[in-house]
Design a protein around this ligand. Structure first.
Ligand code: PNS
Length: 161
């Protein structure tokens, strides 16, 4: 049984993430989506909110072989504890590559068995990131083509607070 871990902040999940989830879920028996708790990074949504958005988005897409967890600390610790065969990360453009390569190599350096595979989401989402979605939503732009409807709603509610 092949198990992959797709880690990220998912603050919030976008259609770019969902595209990678859909593709990776077809390659592995089980895809674990790991929502990272990063105290250094200011997050808009709480971990339970982020997990709920992922859960609903995957349900809507009928992606069944997933599990959503949160993790703290080193990614490689989660990889070991969860008996993960490969870490999955999305590559939108060449600009993502440098940082992703650095992370993948560092992770393999500290945990020899930690392999990372990169997957390219559809070019339709190559310019979509959680950060840019939050900015556009905050400034009143329409982001409904780039995130699941539950996320659009939640972002609109945040704006009213
Ligand atoms: O969605 P993001 O913010 O690009 O995800 C980055 C994430 C969570 C995958 C990365 O920051 C991570 O792995 N954090 C866990 C802490 C860790 O292991 N850091 C060393 C990485 S080399």
């Amino acid at each position: 049984m092949r198990r992959a871990l797709f880690p990220g902040s998912f603050d919030p999940i976008t259609y770019g993430h969902l595209d990678v989830i859909e593709r990776a879920s077809k390659l592995f028996d089980k895809l674990i989506i790991g929502v990272a708790l990063n105290e250094d990074k200011h997050s808009l949504f709480t971990i339970p909110e982020r997990k709920k958005f992922i859960e609903l988005a995957c349900k809507e897409k009928k992606i069944g072989n997933i599990e959503i967890i949160n993790f703290e600390g080193l990614l490689v610790t989660a990889v070991k504890e969860l008996k993960i065969d490969a870490v999955v990360r999305g590559l939108r453009a060449v600009s993502d590559f440098e940082f992703e390569l650095q992370m993948a190599l560092m992770n393999r350096e500290i945990e020899k068995a930690c392999e990372t595979i990169f997957m390219m989401p559809s070019p339709d989402y190559s310019f979509v990131s959680s950060r840019i979605i939050k900015e556009v939503a905050r400034l009143g732009g329409n982001i409904s083509s780039f995130v699941p409807s539950i996320v659009s709603k939640a972002l609109a509610e945040k704006k009213q607070l």
